[in-house]
Design a protein around this ligand. Sequence first.
Ligand code: G4P
Ligand code: MG
Length: 179
Amino acid sequence: MEKLFLSYNQIHQTVKEIAGQINADGYSFDFMIAIGTGGFIPARMLKTFINRPIVTVGMAYYDLDDNKMDAPVITQWLDDPINQIKGRKVLLVDEVDDTRSTIGFCLERLLRHDPAEIAVAVLHNKNKPKSREIPTEVKRYYSGLELEDRWICYPWDADDIWEQDRQAVWSDPPEKGIN
Ligand code: G4P
Ligand code: MG
């Protein structure tokens, strides 16, 4: 599959654009839930532009040998979901909306706790068939970039960050996400 290498600077810029979308939309959330591990760094970058607390949940779809498992598994969850979520406005942050299994699973679990609103922000949404729909309760969905299906190489996975940067030059810039 074609690979897309991205630098931290490109990610930072994409996060800034997502913040712009959220502000333009007038969504004022109480806190973010970052889906780990891919959502950790994007959530922290977003905090630079929209200063809200971050709580984290851990989900894994690939095991430690990088084999895809049958379903996403929870590796960490909220301490007190009922009190943390009920009546609050939440932004769920992840790096990529791929098959949507992980994000869909998280949304379904979080909606059980009656948030006032839950919205989704992802750096990248791949235009491909999804295993789940975004639940109808979720009215706001922000993506930094809409991409064709390809493997995105994130800088935090790089062994050699300088080589990552060299490969991260966009010869064919993807279209900016519109929301
Ligand atoms: P989704 O709900 O976010 O669409 O994700 P899905 O369940 O399809 O798969 C999620 C896993 O696949 C995540 O890893 C995610 O990082 C990884 N993934 C999907 N597409 C890409 C890609 O193009 N590039 C990279 N680098 N990863 C991709 P995970 O097992 O949940 O763990 P983690 O990497 O977030 O720790
Ligand atoms: Mg992830």
